[in-house]
Ligand binder design. Structure first.
Ligand code: SF4
Length: 296
């Protein structure tokens, strides 16, 4: 790769006068030996899976295996159609679509991990919303996935994208940063604005703990995906308006990594803290597993 961090990615993109997605495509071609067409086709296949997961959650009665979650995506989508939402129709639809993909994941359906299954709803939520608000074609949205992939690559290699490693900031935070950068490039913003959006969005979830109730990727994961989609759009809008992160985006990523290392193990996917150990969280755990946990 010609870049190790976001600043280097922007430098390459500016020097070559190309968007970040173009740099990522070229790097992928170099790394895999595949043709440009093959690389784009693989991403297009992933995009198709994403769209199918969004649609499934909006049209089917989804219920997770535990019975704990499902149906909220449809609820929010139908509410958005009434045209009286506080966020505005398209941002509310982004929430619905993010919830949708996450609900499909909780029901063991097929999703694209962007970057993880727990945070799989944010990018499709944002892309689906942009498709409508900006009138984008599928081919353009696929390019946006390469922008997101470039940011995800940097975060994964300089910090963490794992809830067990760095808390939910590493999963939902990374996905939010990826989607924010993609939104900027798809809206015609510069590579510099794209990484600023990623930094702004990621800053806002620093310290977010991983505390899944009963150890399942459902509560609070699904709702956090809905929120992440709005955060990504807000970060993109701020960056497009010219707002810059005072702390450079690469330093935000580093801060996220360090915070993750400082997090106690109870707040890193072990279900031993946070929402998982609230009275209701424990009750749900008991309902699902009975006394199995104590006997183990
Ligand atoms: S709470 Fe943990 S399991 Fe759930 S999305 Fe966040 S990091 Fe993933």
């Amino acid at each position: 790769m010609r870049f190790r961090n976001l600043a280097e990615l922007v430098a390459v993109a500016e020097q070559e006068k190309k968007p970040m997605y173009e740099i990522m495509i070229e790097e992928h071609v170099n790394e895999t030996g595949q043709t440009r067409e093959q690389v784009i086709q693989t991403m297009t296949d992933s995009f198709d899976v994403m769209v199918a997961s969004v649609q499934r959650g909006l049209t089917e009665d989804i219920k997770s295996f535990s019975g704990l979650t499902g149906g909220d995506a449809k609820r929010v989508y139908e509410y958005a159609q009434k045209g009286k939402t506080l966020l505005g129709k398209q941002a509310t639809e982004a929430v619905a679509m993010a919830l949708s993909t996450s609900e499909v994941n909780a029901a063991m359906g097929l999703v694209v991990a962007t970057p993880t299954a727990g945070s799989c709803g944010i990018l499709p939520g944002v892309l689906s919303s942009l498709r409508e608000s900006l009138g984008l074609e599928k081919e353009q949205l696929v390019l946006g996935m390469f922008t997101a992939a470039a940011v995800g690559y940097v975060v994964a290699n300089n910090a963490s994208i794992s809830g067990a490693g760095g808390g939910c900031q590493a999963e939902v935070g990374s996905a939010t940063a990826m989607a924010a950068a993609a939104a900027v490039e798809l809206a015609g913003g510069s590579p510099e604005q794209a990484i600023q959006a990623a930094g702004l969005a990621l800053k806002n979830v620093l310290g977010l703990v991983c505390d899944p109730v009963a150890g399942l990727v459902e509560v609070p994961c699904i709702i956090r995906n809905g929120f992440g989609s709005v955060l990504a759009l807000a970060g993109a809008d701020m960056a497009l308006a010219g707002v810059r992160s005072v702390i450079p985006p690469d330093e935000v990523i580093l801060a996220m990594y360090n915070i993750g290392k400082q997090m106690p193990v109870e707040l890193r996917e072990t279900a031993m803290g946070g929402l998982a150990t609230t009275p209701t969280g424990k009750k749900i755990e008991k309902q699902i597993y009975g006394d199995e946990l104590n006997e183990a």
